[in-house]
Design a protein around this ligand. Structure first.
Ligand code: GTB
Length: 215
């Protein structure tokens, strides 16, 4: 039985591959592993059968035999540890790649996420005019630093790794800012050109298009 992951049956990102199942799909594609997808409505995420897999009632989850995982970072790390293709075999390089996964999730994603969510959910609020530039400036601090670190390299630390996979999925949410960071824009484009990324993106797009047709 291939692993089963969960994803939105109709993603609010309208097929742009911004929901966090995209990371898991991409990691499985990089690892050359087949997988199945169980699609969930927002309401179904809060039903007991899903809460038994994910205490916070979210996607993605990952089930493989008796193993159940939630949190996209933990799932991608598990895939990277179980199959070749995402984490270097040299122990020091592997530790650094895992470090970049944490940097993506814990240092770069929060300000990008906060700025994006404020734009989406708070744009009609009176405080938004003052708050949005503050949030955007915080995101730009990280983008500046990351761009300087990347420089002219293709990937964050030698060969492509799960650290790049995670970072690129985070940066895709900041696409409105990336025009000011050509090195980061090129980094994202390089990652998006990978065949594994393309397969993962196409798979999630088919789901959204099917849902749009049925609605
Ligand atoms: N830290 C967790 C992880 O990395 O796995 C976060 C998981 C998470 O946020 N899941 C979201 C979810 O299930 C979907 S990805 N939300 C439903 C709920 O909480 O009830 C977040 C997301 C949502 C929408 C868009 N979008 O429209 O662009 C992008 C990303």
């Amino acid at each position: 039985m291939p692993p089963v992951i969960t994803a939105f049956e109709s993603s609010p990102d309208r097929g742009r591959g911004l929901a966090r199942d995209m990371r898991v799909r991409w990691a499985l594609e990089e690892a050359g592993q087949p997988y199945e997808v169980r699609l969930k409505s927002f309401a179904a995420l809060k039903a007991p059968d899903h809460l038994a897999l994910h205490p916070f009632g979210q996607i993605p989850t990952f089930e493989d035999g008796g193993l159940v995982l939630f949190e996209s970072g933990a799932i991608v790390l598990h895939i990277g540890e179980r199959y070749p293709g995402l984490l270097p075999s040299d122990p020091d390089a592997r530790a650094r790649a895992i470090g970049w996964m944490f940097a993506a999730l814990d240092t770069v994603e929060p300000p990008i996420w906060d700025a994006a969510m404020a734009g989406l959910l708070e744009s009609d609020k009176p405080w938004c005019v003052e708050r949005q530039p503050i949030l955007e400036a915080r995101a730009r601090v990280r983008l500046d630093q990351l761009s300087r670190h990347l420089g002219d390299a293709d990937w964050l630390d030698g060969a492509f790794s799960a650290g790049d996979l995670m970072m690129v999925t985070v940066l895709r949410r900041a696409s409105g800012l990336l025009a000011d960071y050509p090195k980061l824009a090129a980094y994202v484009a390089r990652a998006e050109a990978r065949p594994a990324y393309q397969r993962a993106f196409a798979a999630q797009l088919v789901v959204f298009e099917g849902a749009a047709r049925d609605s």
